[in-house]
Design a protein around this ligand. Structure first.
Ligand code: FAD
Length: 333
């Protein structure tokens, strides 16, 4: 189904997969859901907004869960059928691996999908003390909306939002502190128990523990024989798998050997476009461009553009604008 190149199959209808489909027009898009999730809106769902703010239904998708990829016979195995491909774009996003921390899989709440957001929304009114593990963008935004709970944010590094500048990290921390969030840095979690968390700084009581950390590439990549780093499949500068020239990787599930492709919706969309052009026979090197990054703590919008802190209406405009743009793109697929 890809002109002159045989059948193109795209696995994963998230930011990377839908932007790949937008470029090629005709391909088979496979996703386990019939909708695309706007992860940046999941915090709004936790806060009580209509779940529809975070999803857009695909116009054309083959709904099925990818179980494995047979690279030798060029077949994708879904739960209940097999799919032949000539060229394949893998855009399966990431998973949350809680297995490394004892007790986390059993007692901690994940935060990755719409179901997780809805589950959190049901649990939160019934609990008082909440511990959020991971002071990245996700943990910070989540901590910012849990106003009815007593929230502690645990971060293993010396500052939250360590991928942003120290000025922005400080701004975020001050904003959280003003909202009553207890921010603890340089704290490693050893174990999660039913009502507490064991850390390098001692034990903290919690009625609910939420993990916003441990993001890795999907297990099936390694299981299918693809070379990986941090669970993300290894691709060259054209986003072509280093193991198979007919397979491309885009978005959070793919990384380069000597370097790092940022894990963000913006970069995933760019990667989807480049991967699809290269799957069609072009040779475009991929250069990720992380433009402005904007976060929200309650009603405070802030972020960075060109390494400088931005706040207020400009920050809000950028965040809302980016969401509208990506939703408009998704509606085309
Ligand atoms: C709660 C949350 C908030 C976030 N907020 C922001 C933000 O504000 N800004 C930002 O830039 N980034 C944000 N991110 C990160 C951003 O969501 C990711 O970087 C982005 O989604 C990556 O795009 P992707 O296409 O690689 O993966 P995804 O968008 O995750 O798409 C992967 C797709 O693959 C499908 N899939 C996975 N496994 C299978 C399978 N086995 N079979 C079939 N289908 C499968 C999934 O259903 C999904 O549709 C957030 C992440 C989370 C979890």
């Amino acid at each position: 189904m890809s002109d002159g190149n045989g059948r193109l199959v795209i696995l994963g209808g998230g930011f990377a997969g839908t932007s790949a489909l937008n470029v090629v027009g005709r391909a088979i898009l496979v996703d386990k859901n019939e909708y695309m999730t706007f992860t940046n809106k999941l915090v709004d769902v936790v806060e009580g907004k209509d779940p529809n703010v975070a999803v857009v239904k695909h116009r054309s998708v083959l709904v099925g869960e990818v179980k494995s990829i047979d690279l030798r016979s060029k077949v994708v195995k879904l739960k209940d059928r097999e799919l032949k491909y000539d060229k394949l774009i893998i855009a399966l996003g990431y998973e949350q691996d809680l297995a490394k921390i004892p007790g986390a899989s059993k007692y901690a709440q994940r935060f990755l999908t719409l179901e997780d957001a809805l589950s959190l929304r049901v649990k939160l009114p019934k609990v008082r003390k909440v511990i959020i593990v991971g002071g990245g963008a996700l943990g910070v935004e989540l901590a910012g909306v849990l106003t009815a709970n007593q929230v502690t944010l645990l971060e293993s590094r010396e500052r939250i939002l360590s991928f942003l500048s120290p000025t922005t990290s400080r701004f975020a921390e001050d904003t959280l502190l003003k909202r009553g969030v207890n921010v603890l840095k340089g704290v490693q979690v050893h174990e999660v128990k039913e009502n507490s968390v064991e850390t390098t700084e001692g034990e903290f009581q919690a009625d609910l523990v939420v993990f916003s950390a441990g993001f890795v590439g999907p297990k099936i990549l390694e299981e299918s024989g693809l070379s990986t780093k941090g669970g993300r499949m290894l691709v060259d500068r054209y986003l072509r798998s280093i193991d198979d020239p007919d397979v491309f990787g885009a978005g959070d599930c793919a990384n380069v050997k000597d370097g790092f492709i940022p894990m963000s919706a913006q970069v995933a969309s760019q990667a989807g476009e480049v991967a699809s052009l290269n799957a069609l026979g072009q040779e475009r090197p991929f250069t990720p461009v992380q433009r402005a990054i904007v976060l929200r703590i309650g009603n405070t919008y802030f972020g960075e553009s060109g390494g400088r802190l931005i706040t207020g209406p400009l920050a809000r405009l950028i965040k809302d604008g980016a969401t509208v743009l990506s939703m408009a793109k998704a509606l085309r697929t």
